[in-house]
Ligand binder design. Structure first.
Ligand code: DQA
Length: 146
């Protein structure tokens, strides 16, 4: 199975950005360790980080043709991007939403996800381990559909 892991806005600064909230591991380190974990699960993982809504949307339509699922950390787009939500609603493949921090324990505006109703599920608050949970969840969904 093949999955695309998308990190949205400001996650290029993972490790440097508010480390008290998001930790000190960089995006490159996260992606490398996920790739290894994916291989152990017989999964092929592709990675994308973008600060641009349209780039994320284009990548998800492409993934819909080439991949079995998407693991998405939409960053702040989570809370207001109806464009990303509409895109996910148009796809045939599952999208799992992941957040590093516990958004429910933070500012009020982070308590709402416009993505959640169209996602296969949401993983929130477990740090970078959430990504590992996410690829396992996608694998489980993809194999269940066989
Ligand atoms: C985040 C939570 C969002 O509220 C925030 O805008 C992010 C990261 C997380 O992974 O915890 O950029 O998605």
């Amino acid at each position: 199975k093949q999955f695309l892991v998308i990190n949205g806005p400001n996650l290029n600064y993972l490790g440097k950005r508010e480390p008290e909230i998001y930790g000190s591991t960089t995006l490159v380190n996260l992606e490398n360790s996920l790739k290894t974990k994916g291989e152990a699960l017989d999964l092929s993982l592709d990675f994308l980080q973008s600060n641009h809504e349209g780039v994320i949307i284009d990548a998800m339509y492409k993934a819909n043709e080439t991949c079995d699922g998407v693991l998405l950390n939409p960053g702040a787009f989570t809370h207001y991007s109806y464009a990303i939500r509409d895109c996910i609603a148009s796809l045939n493949i599952p999208v799992v939403e992941v957040h590093i921090s516990n958004v429910h324990a933070r500012e009020e505006f982070r308590h709402t996800s416009v993505i959640a109703p169209v996602s296969a599920g949401q993983i929130v608050g477990f740090g970078l381990f959430g990504y590992e949970m996410g690829i396992n969840a996608l694998k489980n969904i993809a194999e269940g559909k066989e």
